[in-house]
Write a protein of this length. Structure first.
Length: 201
């Protein structure tokens, strides 16, 4: 039963509440490591403009390239729920292995702190909360209900099966993600892509 995320692009405002809640719940210190990011795609020229936001995280892919990339076998995909987890004690550190997991991940899910030879860390779907039948903290924190989580097939039943949206295309790794895209029918061209600054604590 593969767990996954749902993201509603039509209501996300890039308020970054999900990012702050995630860093707080997982005690991620201020710095470069952020399990969640929000990418923004801006299109058009004034007055014909549009903005799309995309929720970026580990999508616990069906074929996670990070697992095969890790020389220490510190990254595994759980057979019970498909969640991709990392054993930080087994991780060799970014300086020692070169961060092969981050190099290959198309979504930049593996994260490293600023400390020397930092160990990899990333979204683990809040498995501590999952064991208590609770949502990942980002889902409960979103004030606009832009996020949902659960078995992918159930998400598809509730929200549909779309996966291609502005600013994101599913890769061959088969991300466990369902989206509701914000449709722009005006045919505007992409002007630039920016990523929201990571909140500090």
């Amino acid at each position: 039963m593969q767990q996954g995320f749902y993201f509603d692009q039509t209501v996300c405002t890039r308020c970054c509440t999900c990012i702050v809640a995630c860093k707080d719940w997982h005690d991620v210190p201020a710095g470069p490591a952020s399990y969640l990011r929000i990418k923004t795609v801006e299109k058009g020229v004034y007055p014909e403009v549009s903005v799309h936001h995309m929720f970026l995280s580990c999508y616990h892919c069906a074929e996670p390239v990070c697992v095969a990339a890790c020389p220490a076998e510190a990254i595994t995909k759980r057979s019970t729920d498909g969640i991709v987890v990392v054993d930080r004690d087994a991780c060799l550190g970014k300086d020692s292995c070169g961060g092969a997991c981050l190099d290959l991940c198309p979504y930049d899910a593996p994260q490293f702190g600023a400390e020397p030879d930092a160990k990899m860390q990333k979204c683990d779907f809040c498995i501590d909360r999952l064991e208590e039948n609770k949502n990942p903290i980002c889902v409960d924190a979103c004030p606009f209900y832009a996020l949902d989580a659960g078995p992918v097939e159930e998400l598809r039943t509730r929200h549909g099966g779309a996966r291609e949206v502005e600013g994101f295309n599913p890769d061959k790794v088969d991300p466990s993600l369902v989206v509701k895209p914000r449709i722009d029918t005006r045919g505007l061209k992409v002007q630039k892509i920016v990523t929201a600054p990571r909140p500090t604590q």
